[in-house]
Design a binder for this molecule. Structure first.
Ligand code: PGA
Length: 260
C-alpha cells in the first residue's frame, strides 16, 4: 500500500526568514515523530538552510520548488540539484504549472531536470494538469498524456517508482475551486493506467500520485479516501500551520481507516 504524502508548496511566501522559521517550527511540532503519513515542506530557496535546521530530528522532508538541469557553471539565477541537497533538501518540485504557464517551462526541460534530480538522489515531485479551456474542450486526458510522455521520457521502471506525480488541474490552483473527488479520481485513474501501460502494473502500483488545487482541511479527507489519490500538494493552505496540520490529520485518519 502506498503511504499518503502531504507536501506544502510555499511558493514565494512568507516574506521573511523569521516567518518561515516560525511556520516550520509550528509544522514540526504539530507533525511530531509519527511517520504514518509522509510530509514535506517546500520553502523558497533562500530559506532552505534555516528551515532545514528547524526540521532537524523530524521526519518532515524538505523540498526545493525548482532546479536547473546543469550541474554547475555560468547560469545566472539558477540552482543545481546538488545545491539543493547541500541545503538539506530531500525533494524537489518540477514542472509546477506556475512555471510551465508563467515561465514557459516545457516538458523537455522538466524531463532534463528530472534526470538531473535522479543524479543527486532528490525525490522529484513532477506536476501535470490541464487548464480550464482544455478541460472544457474535452482534452484533459490528451493534455495529461502529452505531459506524462514528455516529462517522464527515458526513465527505467525503478526510477519511475521513485517519482512522485502531482495532478494539479490549473483551474483549481489558488482559485478556491477544487476538482470534485470524482473528477480527481478519474484523472488519477487515467494516470495510473498510463503508468501501467508504459512501465508495468507493479511499477504503476508503487507510484505516489498527489492531487493539488485548493486542498483544505475540510475537503482533504474526501479526496484522500479515493483509491488512486495518494496525497496532496498544498499551496495556500500550507502557509497556515493549523490548516496544513488539519490536512495531515485528515490524511492520518484515512491512513488509519483505509481507503473507501
Ligand atoms: P493551492 O496551490 O493549494 O493554493 O491551490 C496548489 C499548488 O499550486 O501546488
Amino acid at each position: 500500500m502506498r503511504s499518503l504524502f502531504i507536501a506544502g508548496n510555499w511558493k514565494m511566501n512568507p516574506g521573511t526568514a523569521e516567518a518561515a522559521v516560525a511556520l516550520a517550527e509550528a509544522v514540526k511540532s504539530g507533525v511530531g515523530a509519527a511517520a504514518d503519513v509522509r510530509v514535506a515542506v517546500c520553502p523558497p530557496s533562500v530559506y532552505l538552510h534555516r528551515v532545514d535546521q528547524v526540521l532537524e530530528g523530524s521526519p518532515i522532508g524538505l523540498g526545493g520548488q525548482n532546479m536547473y538541469w546543469k550541474t554547475e557553471g555560468a547560469y545566472t539565477g539558477e540552482l543545481s540539484g546538488a545545491m539543493l541537497v547541500d541545503a538539506g533538501c530531500t525533494h524537489v518540485i518540477l514542472g509546477h504549472s506556475e512555471r510551465r504557464h508563467g515561465m514557459g517551462e516545457t516538458d523537455a526541460q522538466v524531463n532534463a531536470k528530472l534526470h538531473s534530480a535522479f543524479g543527486v538522489q532528490l525525490i522529484p515531485i513532477v506536476c501535470i494538469g490541464e487548464t480550464q479551456d482544455e478541460r472544457a474542450a474535452g482534452q484533459t486526458e490528451d493534455v495529461l498524456q502529452g505531459q506524462l510522455v514528455g516529462s517522464l521520457a527515458g526513465l527505467s521502471p525503478e526510477q519511475m517508482a521513485g517519482v512522485v506525480l502531482a495532478y494539479e488541474p490549473v483551474w483549481a490552483i489558488g482559485t478556491g475551486l477544487t476538482a470534485t473527488p470524482e473528477q480527481a479520481q478519474d484523472a488519477h485513474a487515467f494516470i495510473r493506467a498510463w503508468l501501467s501501460n508504459e512501465f508495468g502494473a507493479a511499477t504503476a502500483a508503487r507510484v505516489v500520485v498527489q492531487y493539488g488545487g485548493s486542498v483544505k482541511p475540510d475537503n482533504a479527507g474526501d479526496l484522500l479516501a479515493r483509491p488512486d489519490i495518494d496525497g496532496a500538494l498544498v499551496g495556500g493552505a500550507s502557509l497556515k500551520a493549523a490548516d496544513f496540520l488539519g490536512i495531515i490529520t485528515a490524511a492520518r485518519s484515512v491512513a488509519a481507516k483505509g481507503k473507501d
